[in-house]
Design a protein around this ligand. Structure first.
Ligand code: FPP
Length: 241
């Protein structure tokens, strides 16, 4: 019996070669609408579910978890909705700092946060600073992030160096998250099957998984099933197996 139990525990911990899982947290608005709730409430529940997913990833020992919290295109939403998402970062994320400490989570960001209100920028830099020595899972918040903007930003930095040629390696050094492994698995909820300008360079060889559930319906079990599916994928990176 002990052996069977040990096997079960082992199985739970086996994440294969997964180093970086990235989530497109889609469907908050639809989730709320179905329940007659305002869209902002959907985002609030979405944030809470992000923590549930993060906790499971911490338990499993996933090194990096990225979440698409605000895209460069999300500025086109109503001011009320943009403010609500910023409010979650400013209030909830900051209030949860002790939890991230307890889970040994290090917070990092990708995206141009210089376009944010000052108090939001301060909140983000405070939370990054206070978790910087944590050694567990990295929670990488993609915030005011866009894949094309990311590539342009990197190209401009390479141009400023007056190099004669742009190489993949050189460009890669200037992309957001250059210090992080590329995502191995990108999961999008809500049944949509698009990348929506998310990690277009870094995700060039990522496995893609599309779930029908809206983001606020995520669960630890669904995280486990994503990882099980990932482990069954035959990754070849252009080679012949
Ligand atoms: C997409 O769903 C979700 C967003 C654009 C925002 C995601 C933000 C959060 C979950 C809160 C902030 C999180 C962190 C980690 C600080 P949608 O609104 O497009 O859904 P819909 O397509 O059903 O309308």
């Amino acid at each position: 019996l002990i052996q069977i139990l040990m096997k079960k525990i082992d199985k739970k911990k086996d994440i294969g070669n997964l180093k970086h899982i990235a989530f497109i947290m889609d469907g908050n608005g639809r989730w709320a609408k179905k329940r007659g709730l305002p869209r902002n409430v959907g985002h609030k529940f979405g944030y809470e579910k992000m923590k549930v997913v993060l906790k499971r990833c911490c338990e499993l020992g996933v090194p990096v978890v990225s979440v698409y919290a605000f895209s460069t295109e999300n500025w086109n939403r109503s001011k009320e909705e943009v403010d609500a998402i910023f409010g979650i970062v400013r209030d909830n994320l900051v209030a949860d700092t002790p939890l991230f400490q307890e889970w040994n989570v290090k917070i990092s960001t990708m995206g141009d946060t210089s376009k944010f209100p000052k108090d939001l920028q301060d909140a983000l830099s405070d939370i990054k600073k206070s978790t910087e020595s944590n050694t567990g899972t990295i929670l990488n918040l993609c915030i005011n992030y866009g894949g094309r903007a990311d590539v342009c930003y990197a190209v401009n930095q390479v141009l400023a160096k007056k190099l004669a040629k742009v190489t993949e390696e050189e460009l890669g050094k200037h992309l957001y998250g250059a210090n992080l492994p590329d995502p191995d698995l990108i999961v999008r909820t809500s049944g949509e099957q698009r990348m929506s300008n998310f990690l277009i360079w870094q995700g060039a060889y990522a496995e893609l998984l599309f779930l029908k559930q809206n983001w606020p319906s995520m669960s630890p079990k669904l995280v486990d099933s994503c990882i099980t599916k990932f482990k069954k994928r035959n990754r070849r990176f252009g080679r012949v197996k």
